[in-house]
Structures are given as C-alpha cells and as structure tokens.
Design a protein around this ligand. Structure first.
Ligand code: ZN
Length: 140
C-alpha cells in the first residue's frame, strides 16, 4: 500500500522527524508484519535513521556544512547554485530507508528515529511510504 506524506519545510537546511507520521500510515495500512519503505523523490533531500537529539542534529548539520561547503567552485552551481545540496544528499544520505514491521509496530531501536533532511528549502516536499506485508504472514 502506497501513501504520500507531505513534508513542508521552513528552513534552508532542516532535519524533520517523520517517525510518528510513518507509524500512523503503517497503522492505517492494517499491515501487521512486513516492511515499510520510506522514499524521497527529490535530489536535494535525503533520509537517515539516528537519534533526534537537538544537539546531535546541530552537530550533523555543522559537519555536513564543514565537509561540503556552499559555493566551493562546483560546476552545477552555474545551473541553479545548489550543488552543495545535491552533494550533501549524495555523500551523506540515502533516498530511502527500510524498517521492519512486527505487530503493526515499526521495529526501531529505542533511540532510532526516521529523519528527513531538507537541503535546499524551504519547499513543499513529498515522501512516499510503501507498506509491504511479508507473504508468510498474509491473512485473509
Ligand atoms: Zn540543482
């Protein structure tokens, strides 16, 4: 079952915790056992799973900025000036994360959260959430 999650962002570079939204869609799907694939269709966004502690998220943003600074003579900047956003998405993030589901619950660790990263906002973003039942648990 495929859902589309709206993720409006308000900052240029922003990390958004979408865990509760994904869990809500898993409940709505009625899938008890399976996997969920969360997928972003944008080239200047990405996903990762980690702890959503504010200090840590600031550390991660600062490190990405340090390692891939804006406007460092990139070829793509002559198109739309956002090469650093594409490069950060490519080097540090993935377009997707996959999480197991058991008894309709995301099987995340205690401190794990699903984090959406806006790298060229603010924009109105869309994330696909595909909830897939595992065949051996298919019920009538
Ligand atoms: Zn671009």
């Amino acid at each position: 079952m495929l859902f589309e999650l709206e993720v409006p962002t308000s900052e240029k570079f922003q990390i958004v915790d979408i865990t509760d939204d994904v869990q809500r869609l898993v409940y709505r799907s009625k899938v008890k056992h399976g996997i969920v694939i969360v997928f972003t269709r944008h080239t200047t966004t990405g996903l990762f799973i980690n702890e959503a502690e504010n200090g840590l998220l600031e550390d991660i943003k600062a490190k990405m900025k340090e390692l891939v600074p804006k406007g460092a003579g990139y070829s793509h900047d002559r198109i739309d000036g956002n090469a650093h956003s594409h490069i950060r998405a490519s080097l540090f993030l993935n377009p997707e994360v996959v999480i197991p589901i058991d008894e309709a619950e995301l099987q995340l660790g205690t401190w794990q959260r699903i984090l959406f990263v806006e790298l060229d906002g603010p924009r109105h973003r869309k994330v696909q959430v595909m909830v897939c039942p595992c065949p051996e648990f298919l019920e009538e």
